[in-house]
Design a binder for this molecule. Structure first.
Ligand SMILES: C[S@@+](CC[C@H](N)C(=O)[O-])C[C@H]1O[C@@H](n2cnc3c(N)ncnc32)[C@H](O)[C@@H]1O
Length: 400
């Protein structure tokens, strides 16, 4: 049996001697609804350094806190002393099991490293930005996850999609300062899995302050989303009924616009709004690009265009190529990337555009010229071109 002080020394020694990948506190003594019934800690990479994230289950809610590595031992010891019978620390050299006796004092055991062995023996499952196995409140409410943290059997694709989206967002965060509030708009948010995921990831895992607005035509869906944001106490996440084509800018500075799976030219409306509001980052996953299907004409491509299926796919690709070029023309650096594998959804291309700082007129003119040649070759005037017609004329130089 060891004392509190000896336990402190034991924990400090454990953390300094080896890498720890996970900690779980269990066997709650909880009597009140506010007391934690389960706590886990895991390391997360924040913007500048690794922090530990504690997930505390209290009643049917899960709360998160970020803890500096130097404060981990004390945090863990305080919670163990107050509420739990046992803590297990999973290290790469050994696992440390600490048992807390209510009569006072602690006992401990070292066991072979179960988690790191598991990782070495099996192919490590893909590390998602949102952890699996830990309850995440909004995913539980949206019926992607069970209260235990397991995924519902038919929701693993949704979970993968959400995580892939967050990875892409994560890659753009270098464009923002660590201390600024991020203003984000989700156009055509629907049931808003992605707005909730963005909110959760940016505030609870990355430590940003955010203001997110989800916009959709459907009043019932918006009412549901607002109700859920309130239940989850997600301050700074709001939803409004509105049409992308006619909505007014809700904030003085827009940092990020996302628009996923808004059908056909709704994506173009979102891209135009984002550009006119000078959003620093635009992420769009277009879908149902029907607009050009019946309009494309090109003698050299006749062999391809005479087959309906090929014409349809080509029209969708041409629409997205035109969008990417027009975004470049408007001063953005635009990448077209895979969103998720084709086997999971046919809607798998994502346009990622970052507004360039400084003078980019020369690059914009080149994009305008490339665009003109492309549109002329296919005899198309897509929706987004019509929206940026004035800029195309002023930047376009001599039409080819
Ligand atoms: C296929 S859902 C996608 C929902 C969500 N973004 C996602 O990826 O899970 C498309 C949503 O866009 C909305 N939408 C389509 N056109 C719109 C417009 N002009 N203004 C606002 N919302 C629109 C629809 O109501 C629908 O909820």
């Amino acid at each position: 049996v060891i004392t509190d002080d000896e336990l402190g020394a034991l924990l400090h020694a454990f953390f300094s001697e080896q890498e720890c990948s996970y900690i779980a506190l269990s066997g709650s003594y909880a009597k009140s609804a506010e007391a934690p019934t389960k706590v886990t800690y895991r390391p997360v990479k924040m913007r500048q350094a690794v922090q530990w994230q504690a997930s505390e289950q209290r009643g049917n809610k899960v709360y998160h806190r970020n803890i500096a590595p130097a404060e981990l031992a004390e945090d863990l010891q305080t919670l163990l002393a107050a509420h739990f019978k046992q803590a297990v620390l999973f290290g790469n050299r050994n696992d440390l099991h600490v048992m807390h006796s209510r009569k006072g004092g602690y006992t401990f055991l070292r066991k072979p490293p179960s988690r790191s062995l598991m990782i070495a023996e099996h192919n490590r499952p893909k590390e998602y930005l949102l952890p699996t196995g830990e309850p995440i409140d909004f995913l539980i409410k949206l019926k992607v996850m069970r209260p235990t943290g397991e995924l519902h059997s038919n929701k693993s694709d949704k979970f993968r999609q959400i995580n892939r989206f967050l990875e892409i967002v994560d890659d753009t965060l270098g464009n923002f300062s660590a201390h600024q509030e991020l203003n984000i708009i989700d156009f055509g948010c629907g049931k808003a899995y992605l707005s909730f995921a963005l909110y959760y990831y940016l505030t609870k895992i990355k430590g940003f302050t955010v203001s997110i607005l989800g916009l959709d035509l459907k009043a019932d869906v918006i009412a549901f989303c607002n109700q859920l944001a309130q239940e989850l106490d997600y301050k700074g996440l709001h939803f409004a009924v509105g049409d992308i084509n006619s909505c007014a800018n809700p904030c003085s500075r827009v940092d990020m616009v996302v628009c996923l799976h808004a059908c056909d030219t709704a994506t173009d409306a979102a891209l135009e709004r984002a550009v006119r509001w000078q959003a620093r980052v635009i992420l769009a996953v277009p879908c149902c690009q029907h607009e050009l299907y019946s309009k494309i004409e090109s003698q050299p491509l006749e062999t391809l265009l005479r087959h309906g299926v090929l014409r349809e796919r080509f029209a969708a690709l041409a629409t997205d190529a035109a969008r990417a070029e027009l975004l470049e023309m408007m001063g953005y650096k635009c990448q077209v990337m895979e969103f998720i594998d084709l086997e999971h959804t046919p809607k798998n291309l994502l346009l990622r555009a970052i507004r360039q700082q400084g003078n980019s007129t020369q690059r914009q003119k080149l994009a305008a010229n490339r665009y003109r040649a492309f549109a002329k070759g296919l005899s198309i005037t897509p929706d987004l071109e019509r929206r940026f017609a004035q800029e195309l004329t002023s930047l376009g130089g001599t039409p080819p």
